[in-house]
Design a binder for this molecule. Structure first.
Ligand code: PLP
Length: 426
């Protein structure tokens, strides 16, 4: 395996994967006596030393609350937090750092948007109006985090949830776009990249249709922002959500980006310290975004760590990261295709995610066999029950890549899967 890893390094045109791997201390541990093969980056990506050092350094030297006190440490922490916002804005091509809201994760970001509709409409902004007869559009490939908040919005308001369905090869059925998105559509929320199928969804064409209908557009970037260049201006969406821990940053921090003029009309989901302009006997007024959405002590060290992760990925170049992952996925598709009884879900042109089932071996059992070989994959419904239902499978095995993976990692996966199949038919 080591030889193959070296070859993968040599074959890498733009990135020195061997050097990159040395940036990630965890990759050098073993699992059950085997070298670690980490193939669950769609779940959580690993953290490079520079991020660990940045968070550690922040705690050692600048740890204090932000935006509240005038002492030196508070000023340093406040400046570091503001710098982190600016870095993230640059990372996604946002015009203004104030369009970047730090949240706990993509899930919280999406919930914040879904919770804004009724109070924003009550304040008189027609873009947020929603009620019986109105429609919310999602797709059949959404992660529960971009489905359940919309179920809840529909339950509260009497609106109807509509779905863009999937084709047999795991793409969105775009022929239905003019039927599903229409005059009654108030919001369209969809994932940029499927966390199960790896499908890369169109953005501009959906935005154009939604905009013609006067609907707000919300893009779930949890599986795209960490892996490819994402520019909010070019995409044209109104709001974008993603998580820090999937982009080599720490857990506990996510982002909601929104167009300044739309964020300005959006009420907060949480109220508390740090988000108020004025408090009186009977109520309060809120600060403008982003502070309005960051009630309580925000994830300060986490945001600083996330900015370091964004800097690390930018240093490698997101286009190069994407290219490397494309080599991995094409090798995975080729290697797994040769295994009898294996069914891969999703289209051939895809992001670095591959989900499959193997005849005669339950997904959970295959996951255990892989784990015994040190290969860490995710098994189950992947918080996307609709996808499992669509394809009639109770659970799938998912391997997912990031920049530190090698062709040898893919070979290790394929070897164990092939052996499991042999064992099942023996
Ligand atoms: N959206 C997609 C497409 C995801 O894959 C995930 C997590 O796997 C989420 C949203 C939710 O991310 P988090 O759990 O970090 O909030």
């Amino acid at each position: 395996m080591r030889g193959r890893r070296f070859l993968a390094t040599l074959n890498s045109v733009t990135l020195d994967i061997g050097r990159i791997r040395r940036d990630f201390p965890i990759l050098h541990r073993s699992v059950r006596g085997q070298p670690l093969v980490y193939l669950d980056s769609a779940g959580t990506a690993q953290t490079p030393q520079v991020v660990l050092d940045t968070i550690d350094g922040h705690h050692r030297r600048h740890h204090a609350n932000v935006g509240r006190s005038a002492h030196t440490l508070a000023a340093e922490a406040t400046a570091a937090y503001a710098d982190a916002r600016a870095v993230i804005a640059g990372f996604i091509g946002a015009a203004d750092p104030d369009e970047v809201v730090f949240t706990r994760n993509a899930t919280e970001s999406l919930n914040m948007v879904a919770h804004a509709f009724e109070p924003a409409a009550a304040e008189g902004d027609p873009r947020w109006r929603i009620g019986p007869g109105d429609e919310v559009v999602v797709t059949e490939m959404e992660h529960h985090s971009n489905l359940l908040p919309w179920y809840e919005l529909c339950r509260r308001t009497g609106a109807t949830l509509r779905r863009l369905r999937l084709t047999e090869d795991g793409r969105l059925d775009l022929s239905a776009l003019p039927i599903v998105i229409g005059d009654r559509t108030r919001v369209v929320a969809w994932t940029h990249v499927s966390n199960v199928l790896g499908t890369v969804n169109p953005v501009q064409s959906i935005v154009a249709r939604a905009r013609a209908a006067g609907a707000i557009t919300v893009l779930d970037g949890a599986q795209s922002v960490p892996h490819r260049p994402v520019d909010v201006d070019a995409l044209g969406v109104d709001l974008l959500a993603f998580s820090g821990h999937k982009m080599c940053g720490p857990t506990g921090v996510g982002v909601l980006w929104g167009r300044a003029e739309l964020l300005a009309t959006m009420p907060p989901m949480l109220a508390g310290g740090g988000m108020v302009a004025d408090v009186g006997a009977n109520g309060f007024t809120t600060l403008p975004p982003p502070a309005r959405f960051e009630a309580g002590t925000p994830p300060i060290a986490q945001a600083v760590g996330l900015a370091a992760a964004a800097g690390y990925l930018s240093g490698l170049g997101l286009a190069a990261v994407h290219r490397h992952e494309q080599r991995l996925i094409s090798h995975a598709l080729d290697s797994l295709a040769g295994i009898d009884g294996l069914r891969v879900f999703g289209p051939p042109d895809r992001a670095g995610v591959i989900s499959f089932v193997l005849d005669g071996v339950e997904a959970a059992d295959l996951g255990r066999q892989l784990d015994r070989a040190g290969v860490q994959v995710r098994v189950g419904r992947h918080c996307a029950a609709q996808v499992c239902e669509r394809f009639g499978v109770p659970a799938l095995v998912r391997a997912s890549f990031h920049v530190y993976n090698t062709l040898a990692d893919v070979d290790a996966l394929a070897e164990v899967v092939a052996a499991a199949r042999k064992g099942a038919v023996a």
